[in-house]
Design a protein around this ligand. Structure first.
Ligand SMILES: NC(=O)c1ccc[n+]([C@@H]2O[C@H](COP(=O)([O-])OP(=O)(O)OC[C@H]3O[C@@H](n4cnc5c(N)ncnc54)[C@H](O)[C@@H]3O)[C@@H](O)[C@H]2O)c1
Length: 337
């Protein structure tokens, strides 16, 4: 049994708490929040857990692992305190608010010999795992480009922009599926709703990967529809992954176009199109958060490197920082360093 304390019981923390309660090899022993109202609610949902408004009380307890689901600006301070207290630590995405902070967290976890894992939930989504398998199998041929959309109305964040809120999901998906970190990124965006604070609510972000693969994503809190959709175009086939689709989340299309090997006249130049059917790729359903929480426990028990380790979290923050530079520079291409 691994005992777990959850810090932060706002929107997301209770979902983590529920999963750790339900997993057979974990015990939820602490819930911490600054709000007594949230703690009262959590006490009614999980009466077995102790509650506190002081995270230090959790860190000095005999809890094995700590899960941090608080605003991004607090991740570094709480994460460092938990690691220094010798706890295994799960921090929600993004790992930290800067590369410098993320580097220190990774170094501290290594010094302490503790698991540091980031809540990149989508890399535990069976559809994303299937997407990676399909790409690796070569079924689509050489990957040309990927195009992703993650938009909805809200949830507007008061202290981070849409890039830092939503793009960690897409960057972690792209890195997991392609097995690479982008080398450069360019971001354009706009501030509409939170003008006084200058917080961007939409962003269009492009990525260049080492092998020439291009990826583009759109992230927005200001859209009438909830869309979480990827198109992946390869030299042999194309694929659409729609995370909001109740069935047929992944459909592979036998579509493409080839130019003739040579043509001396306009008349000889005819593209040949393939317009075959779309075939649904089966995706078994399990709650990604459940898989993610179990993976955290497995990493603690077996001492294995997590799929979304602190190092991966640091890479994602490097990409976010480069994209943020670009966003503020009007869309310049920025190297991911
Ligand atoms: N993986 C996902 O899909 C996913 C989805 C939503 C949110 N998140 C992440 O979860 C984290 C929290 O987001 P949220 O939407 O739940 O925010 P939220 O504002 O709804 O909740 C945060 C909670 O943390 C508490 N808190 C703040 N500082 C604290 C401290 N020092 N000690 C104890 N409690 C403290 C607040 O009182 C609040 O209840 C963020 O990092 C966010 O990016 C991840």
């Amino acid at each position: 049994m691994i005992s777990v304390g959850v810090i932060g019981a706002g929107y997301w923390g209770p979902k983590l708490a529920r999963n750790f309660r339900e997993l057979p090899d974990a015990r939820l022993t602490w819930v911490c929040d600054l709000s007594q109202q949230r703690l009262n609610h959590m006490k009614s949902v999980c009466p077995e857990a102790q509650t506190t408004m002081d995270a230090e009380e959790v860190f000095t307890s005999d809890v094995d692992a700590v899960c941090i689901a608080t605003p991004v600006r607090t991740h570094f301070r709480l994460g460092m305190a938990a690691l220094r207290a010798g706890k295994h630590v799960f921090i929600e995405k993004p790992l930290a608010a800067s590369v410098e902070e993320a580097e220190q967290l990774v170094a501290e976890a290594e010094r302490q010999g503790r698991v540091l894992m980031v809540g990149h939930t989508f890399v535990y989504n069976p559809a994303v795992v299937a997407l990676r398998d399909i790409v690796i199998s070569g079924h689509l041929g050489d990957i040309y480009y990927l195009d992703g959309t993650r938009v909805n109305l809200g949830l507007f964040q008061p202290d981070i922009n849409v890039l830092w809120d939503l793009a960690p999901h897409d960057i972690s998906i792209l890195m997991y599926v392609l097995g690479m970190t982008p080398v450069a990124t360019s971001a354009r965006g706009a501030v509409y709703v939170q003008r006084q604070k200058g917080i961007h609510d939409i962003a269009y972000v492009s990525f260049r990967f080492p092998n020439g693969v291009l990826a583009d994503i759109r992230v927005s809190w200001l859209d009438p529809c909830k869309i979480r959709r990827y198109t992946v175009v390869g030299s042999k086939k194309m694929l659409v992954y729609d995370d909001c689709a109740p069935v047929d989340k992944i459909v592979i299309y036998d579509k493409g176009a080839d130019a003739p090997p040579y043509s001396d006249t306009e008349k000889e130049f005819h593209l040949s199109y393939r317009t075959g059917d779309g075939i649904s790729y089966p995706v078994p359903w399990v709650e990604p958060l459940r898989v993610e929480c179990q993976h955290f426990l497995d990493c603690i028990r077996d001492g294995t490197e997590s799929r979304s380790s602190g190092r991966v979290g640091l890479e994602v923050v490097r990409v976010l920082e480069a994209a943020q530079r670009s966003l503020l520079n009007g869309g310049t291409w920025e190297k991911v360093t």
